[in-house]
Design a protein around this ligand. Structure first.
Ligand SMILES: C[S@@+](CC[C@H](N)C(=O)[O-])C[C@H]1O[C@@H](n2cnc3c(N)ncnc32)[C@H](O)[C@@H]1O
Length: 241
């Protein structure tokens, strides 16, 4: 429908992630799942020495390679769990809205790949869907995951803050910072903040003009609203020990 910002904590949490990474012109940076390239354009404005984006969607990769043409920038079609990059070769790695949609053992493979390619002391940042509070019951969590899977038609498996940090620690990272935000992906206020007023109006028009999309999006909104109290967006900044 034209929505460009698809990460749960919006532009606001992305800015915190980028600022915590402190990308400099000496850094080799890797992005897992750049998607539409929104964060890539912010990071590239900080002129890293090298940038590599790895996305499993070939059309997205082709479009990004057309949009950002420079010798030190490359987008590769592939799986973030098998980047093909050398051990201990990167200073910063980050990924948004991409671990949540994988089963826990796949999340571990991707986190372990980030660890393998980072230099010791290198930073890994994630921006994902969270569940709150930490002591939520297993039954409540299962209901949220089932409702999400049905409405967004992706097996989204959000985790609590303790679970996200434990996954990172298990793969050899030390957690440095955690930021959270409300999960307001489809709230009008967040849409205007993320997309701007004009684009929000255009998205609204596109939705109204497409009855089946309208039904699906309203189903998603209902699920997000129903579980609003238990869902958030989380950014974790971790360092390779
Ligand atoms: C919800 S979008 C998130 C895109 C972007 N990071 C953002 O926040 O806007 C999901 C993207 O993740 C990519 N993706 C999911 N799993 C991946 C994986 N294991 N390796 C590479 N790309 C992946 C998909 O191809 C898609 O472009």
């Amino acid at each position: 429908m034209g929505k460009k910002i698809l990460r749960p904590g919006g532009r606001e949490l992305t800015k915190k992630l980028v600022s915590a990474l402190q990308v400099s012109d000496r850094d080799s940076v890797v992005e897992f799942a750049p998607g539409t390239g929104f964060t890539a354009s912010i990071v590239l404005s900080q002129s890293p020495a090298q940038y590599t984006g790895i996305d499993s969607n070939d059309a997205a990769v082709k479009s990004l390679n057309r949009k950002f043409r420079k010798n030190n920038i490359c987008f590769i079609n592939g799986n973030a769990a098998h980047s093909g990059l050398a051990d201990n070769s990167q200073d910063k790695v980050y990924g948004e809205a991409m671990l949540t949609m994988h089963a826990d053992h796949r999340k571990q493979e991707i986190i372990s790949e980030a660890h393998r390619i980072l230099k010791p002391g290198g930073l890994y940042a994630i921006h994902e869907l969270g569940i709150t509070p930490d002591d939520i019951s297993a039954e409540e969590k299962a209901v949220i995951q089932k409702d999400l899977a049905q409405s967004i038609r992706v097996n989204a498996r959000p985790l609590t803050k303790t679970e996200w940090t434990a996954l990172l620690e298990k793969q050899g990272f030390e957690v440095k910072h955690v930021y959270t935000n409300k999960m307001h992906l489809l709230h009008a206020g967040r849409m205007i903040q993320d997309e701007g007023l004009l684009r929000t109006l255009k998205i609204g028009y596109n939705i109204l003009a497409n009855p089946s999309a309208k039904r699906r999006i309203s189903e998603m909104r209902q699920t997000f609203k129903k579980h609003e109290k238990y869902m958030n967006a989380i950014v974790v900044i971790a360092q390779k020990k």
